[in-house]
Design a protein around this ligand. Structure first.
Ligand SMILES: NC(=O)c1ccc[n+]([C@@H]2O[C@H](COP(=O)([O-])OP(=O)(O)OC[C@H]3O[C@@H](n4cnc5c(N)ncnc54)[C@H](O)[C@@H]3O)[C@@H](O)[C@H]2O)c1
Length: 348
């Protein structure tokens, strides 16, 4: 019998890679996206690469009736919820827009899911929910302490999902919620075909797309914010994860939700990261080595709010989801570059 996954935000960077892996793994895929930060071209290419088709609905997840229509038309087993706004800076400027889209959007989605009795959900959370912790390797049991509106939308949605799951105990006659909250570290890279990848609007917010746009000459220079952190080379250390490894973690999460492990329901958070840190200079050096291109960069002062170092402890995901990363930094650099040179204007 078909196992149909509704992917919200499926036309976006991570969502399009998830659709590709889901189709290749034999799932039926239904995408809901309002195309606020993506282009339909990504899904056209996903279908070309896989030779399989998916269903697409241009719907905003905040539109209850339009979303309910999708659930009425399609026979959905589980939802992977990527739809959301993700720029930290923009969230500080326009917090209402972020709370409305990310928090209210998830409330509408879960309401429609409950009305349709679809109760398996994988949610895109973020390592930003941890805020500033004492330790540099983050485990899932650390306190939540997001420090910006974007991070707080993720933390609030996590609370909502835990409350939903907890409410099951008061309604024993109903089927329980089965929810995996996935806390991503820093997704980079692109599918190895070079046909889909990250296509940021305007100046990129994230390091890797910035590096590639400097290397290809679209941007003049990269600023490395902070070279006096207490790290081996003085630059900030983060945990980078290849987007293909990341989306495979979602398929593992779906498998777990549909297995005996979640037979009684529950809401559980998992870190998805490599489990080791890598500095900004290491990223630049690896990128230069793999591509043979120079990256013009300059050192700049630290940015307020940036931490010196943090990375994931992904042991829980290994233990309970049987997932770990398979790709390394060289793969991330090579695949990002392959996408960039083949698509200098992104999907345009
Ligand atoms: N990329 C990262 O570094 C990162 C890190 C941690 C968490 N996340 C989370 O992962 C998810 C996917 O991120 P991404 O990098 O693919 O972003 P993206 O912007 O490329 O994809 C998000 C997609 O959601 C769609 N969307 C937004 N609001 C919507 C709405 N109200 N209704 C329907 N569709 C809507 C957008 O059009 C876009 O296609 C987001 O929730 C993001 O917060 C991303």
């Amino acid at each position: 019998m078909a196992n149909t996954i509704l992917v919200t935000g499926g036309a976006g960077y991570i969502g399009s890679h998830a659709c590709l892996e889901l189709l290749q793994a034999g799932y039926q895929v239904v995408v809901v996206d309002n195309l606020a930060n993506s282009k339909l071209e990504s899904l056209k290419r996903v279908q070309e690469i896989t030779g399989k088709s998916l269903a697409f609905y241009q719907v905003d997840i905040r539109d209850h009736d339009a979303l309910a229509d999708v659930f009425a038309k399609e026979s959905i087993n589980a939802v992977i919820h990527f739809a959301g706004l993700k720029a930290v800076g923009e969230s500080c400027e326009q917090p209402q827009m972020y709370y409305h889209n990310n928090v209210y959007g998830t409330l509408v989605l879960t309401q429609v899911m409950a009305e349709s009795n679809v109760k398996q959900l994988v949610f895109s959370s973020s390592a930003t929910v941890y805020g500033a912790a004492e330790q540099v390797q983050y485990t899932e049991d650390l306190p939540i302490g997001a420090i910006n509106p974007y991070g707080r939308t993720k933390a609030m949605v996590e609370d909502i999902l835990r409350d939903l799951s907890a409410s099951d105990s008061l309604k024993p006659s109903q089927s329980p919620w089965k929810i995996a909250v996935l806390r991503y570290f820093n997704p980079i890279g692109a599918h190895e075909s070079g046909r889909i990848g990250e296509d940021p609007n305007g100046i990129p917010n994230n390091l890797m797309p910035y590096v590639t746009q400097v290397a290809i000459g679209k941007l003049a220079q990269l600023s490395v914010f902070g070279d006096d952190y207490p790290t081996p080379d003085g630059t900030g250390i983060r945990d980078y994860i290849h987007v293909v490894d990341l989306v495979k973690g979602h398929i593992k999460a779906i498998e777990a939700l549909q297995s005996e492990k979640f037979a009684d329901g529950g809401c559980k958070a998992y870190n998805l990261g490599a489990g080791k840190g890598c500095s900004v200079l290491e990223i630049i050096n690896t990128f230069e080595k793999v591509t043979g291109r120079k990256v013009n960069y300059k050192m700049a002062p630290r940015r307020a709010g940036d931490l010196a170092e943090y990375f994931a402890d992904p042991a829980l995901a290994l233990r309970e989801l049987n997932w770990k990363v398979e790709k390394n930094l060289e793969d991330m650099a090579a695949d990002t570059w392959n996408w960039q040179v083949n698509n200098p204007q992104g999907y345009n």
